[in-house]
Write a protein that binds this ligand. Sequence first.
Ligand SMILES: [Zn+2]
Length: 203
Amino acid sequence: MLIEQPPLILRWLYPKALWRMDRNDKSVYLTFDDGPIPEITPWVLDLLDKYQIKATFFLVGDNVRKHPEEFKMILERGHRVGNHTFNHIRGFEYLSENYLANTDKANELIKSDLFRPPHGHMRWVQYYTLRDKYRIVMWDLVTRDYSKRLNGFDVFLKVKKYVRNGSIITFHDSLKSEKNLKYALPRSIEWLLKEGYTFKVFD
Ligand SMILES: [Zn+2]
C-alpha cells in the first residue's frame, strides 16, 4: 500500500474530510503535527518567516500546556492552528466518549475549528461527531519524516515525487523527525518555490 499518498479507499472512509485542496491551483498546504516543542517549533517558525510562508500546526494539547511560549509564537507569527487531541491518542483504542473528551480538553487551549486525528484514524462515531464541530484535515502527502528507515534526502525525494496541485503536506515538529525535518524542509520549500507552487493555509 502506498503510504505517502493515501489510497482512495482510505479517502472514502472519511468522505467529508479534507485530503487534497483545489487540483487546479498550483498551491500546497504545509502542515506540522505533534508540537509545539521548544526544540523544533521555533526553528520551523524561523524558516517559514525566512520564506514568508504561512502554515498550519496540528497541536497536541498537552504540549500546548507545557510550552505556552511556543504556542504563542505560532499564533503571533500568523499561522493557523488545529486540534490533534490532548494526548495524541488513537481513536480505535479509546471509547468514543473518552476520545471526544480528550479532543475537547485540547480545544480549551487550542481553540480551533480544524482537527486532525493522530495516526490518521478515528472510529466512525468519532468522525461523525467531530465533523459537526471541526473541519477534519487529513493529507495528500505524508513525508514520513519521523521514520527511522528514511534519511533526510529520502524525505525530500518523497516530496518531489508525490506533491501535486492542492497537496496537503504533513511534516512533524517533533524530536523523532528532527534530523529528517531539518534536512528536508528547507530543501522542499526551495524546490516547491522553484517549481512555482504557492503556499496556503486553510480559510
Ligand atoms: Zn500526530
